[in-house]
Ligand binder design. Sequence first.
Ligand SMILES: NC(=O)c1ccc[n+]([C@@H]2O[C@H](COP(=O)([O-])OP(=O)(O)OC[C@H]3O[C@@H](n4cnc5c(N)ncnc54)[C@H](O)[C@@H]3O)[C@@H](O)[C@H]2O)c1
Length: 256
Amino acid sequence: MKVSGKNIVITGGASGIGKALAERFHAEGAAHITVADLAEEPLKEVAKSVNGLAVVTNVAKEEDIQNLAAKAEEAGGPIDIFVSNAGIIRKGWEDIPNDFWQLSWDVHVMSHVYAARAVVDKMVERGSGYLVNTASAAGLLSQVDASAYAVTKHAAVGYAETLAVRYGDKGVRVSVLCPQMVHTGMTKGKTDSVASVDGIITAEELAGCVVETMDKEEFLILPHPQVREYMQRKTADYDRWISGMQRLRDKYLGDE
Ligand SMILES: NC(=O)c1ccc[n+]([C@@H]2O[C@H](COP(=O)([O-])OP(=O)(O)OC[C@H]3O[C@@H](n4cnc5c(N)ncnc54)[C@H](O)[C@@H]3O)[C@@H](O)[C@H]2O)c1
């Protein structure tokens, strides 16, 4: 699907990947863009730069996503593309507090469920629509230093799979975005982390890959193409893959 002429919603739109997607979609000729985020001031600036609408939204709350969808429809008509992109990260393992595990679930998984509930029936009725959910390479290949992130990003990939199975042949395209490291606020000062093993790309480079992959309507959006090969190695020999991850853990975390 071409983004040109489409009415698009992007969550996590105040910065990083969401902001770069808004700018790229605008440059590609999107008809209308609504950006959503918790951070009001930077959100308004992004909306202004794309002649779009800013809707302050907590994606962890279903009523906020319903409100977002309603405002986006009011402003630009039926929603053609919904990009569920907001995300959070915190280092740690079992020691991560329960409330952050729950928040990670709400932000990385339930927000995608709420978005689908808000728009998918209408997309099926029209026989056209596109759900793009941002997960992470950590959702395919795990992560050596952020359990709540890795686990809920796996769930985000799993949820996108069920959407594609349910709606993919009913006119609703589904893609899941799984990058390794991208230069954004989330990764500032973390450039020697394991996620940067294959290099760090800019959010603008990533946005180019998203547009190209959406054009091809492929399920996996992999701005770091090596991820596909790592997935193949993982499924070919799971135990060997875990040993490799343990070596990466030692290389990046030492005895931590
Ligand atoms: N940067 C990377 O290396 C990288 C790699 C893989 C995946 N990702 C994913 O990409 C997405 C975008 O992250 P980014 O790198 O642009 O980081 P970022 O921190 O620049 O952007 C994330 C945005 O999400 C917003 N947000 C957080 N919680 C929210 C909530 N409850 N409601 C609404 N907005 C909320 C933040 O305010 C922020 O503007 C995230 O889902 C992240 O997990 C990032």
